[in-house]
Design a protein around this ligand. Sequence first.
Ligand code: FAD
Length: 306
Amino acid sequence: MNISKQVQDLSKKLSGKIYYEYDMRRLNWFNLGGSAKVFFKPNTLEELIFFLKKFSNSLPIKVLGVGSNILIREGGYNGVIIKLGKYFSHLSKLDDNTVISGSAVLDKQLSNFALENSIGGLEFLSCIPGSIGGAIRMNSGCYGYDISKCIASIQTVDRNAIVRTIKSEKINFFYRGSNLSDDFIFLSGTFKGKKQDSKKIKKKMEKLSTIKKKSQPSRIKTCGSTFKNPTSQTQKKAWELIKEAHCENMKIGGATISEKHSNFFINQGSATSNDMENLINLVREKVFNTTGIKLELELQIIGEKK
Ligand SMILES: Cc1cc2nc3c(=O)[nH]c(=O)nc-3n(C[C@H](O)[C@H](O)[C@H](O)COP(=O)(O)OP(=O)(O)OC[C@H]3O[C@@H](n4cnc5c(N)ncnc54)[C@H](O)[C@@H]3O)c2cc1C
């Protein structure tokens, strides 16, 4: 059966949204990219499992959080994009210092929930504009904290609709990643903090937010750090290497680099995904030619070139 027919048939059986050829531009922070061949927003876990079992073809599947770390190419994504719906936005307290969070919860919401419940250790999440699913995938973090330091376990489902709970001891987290299979759709995470005075927690959140505002631009079409900070070879951060290679004023079409943080690339409004990718490649090449260091991408690029 062809894909558009399968989508049509499934749409009659599912309450969640399912579309054939869905424009992705409003689903990522750059506001760029083409269409997803199939877009599915399950309303419940049962629906997600039903979809995984029934949708039979070899198209790749990619889950999207809030798209704050992803560049989608102009030619679109020749596969299935899944975005988790409301059912995956639950937050609850398990005990005095443990929170269970659905994957569609925003990092800031989890951090605020921890504050309301006097649980310290999750303050850094208030500075990251993604979802919990994205944060687990990226092992997101800042100012010395990251997901690996507060996660106790995760719940996932794979392409074959097998649901698993994986304890953090079994996961090898590293800088902006882990050994968790690309095939996993994260459903939820259990986070461990420590019982703390809420005034102290609030103060810490405010402190981190002030540092962040000073060093990073806000209210722009960006995906945050474009490149990872190199972990070996040099003590220098990616933004320092970009400056050293005199790239901070570079521009291709509507794709530019933030004056405040040279590792933040910006869609000024008229950029195409191609402009953005070309700028990324050009900066990487210039940094390599100047410093001998090959910068690795932090943001993810998906889809086909046009
Ligand atoms: C202004 C700004 C500041 C930022 N500051 C920081 C920072 O300080 N520290 C930091 O680490 N990052 C930072 N980021 C990057 C980004 O916010 C994080 O990487 C964030 O965790 C991505 O979450 P997301 O929901 O947007 O994921 P997306 O961008 O939607 O996806 C990112 C990856 O996660 C995967 N993914 C998303 N949800 C799931 C799921 N449920 N199951 C399986 N895989 C999933 C996607 O497939 C993709 O591979 C910043 C970004 C911006 C725009």
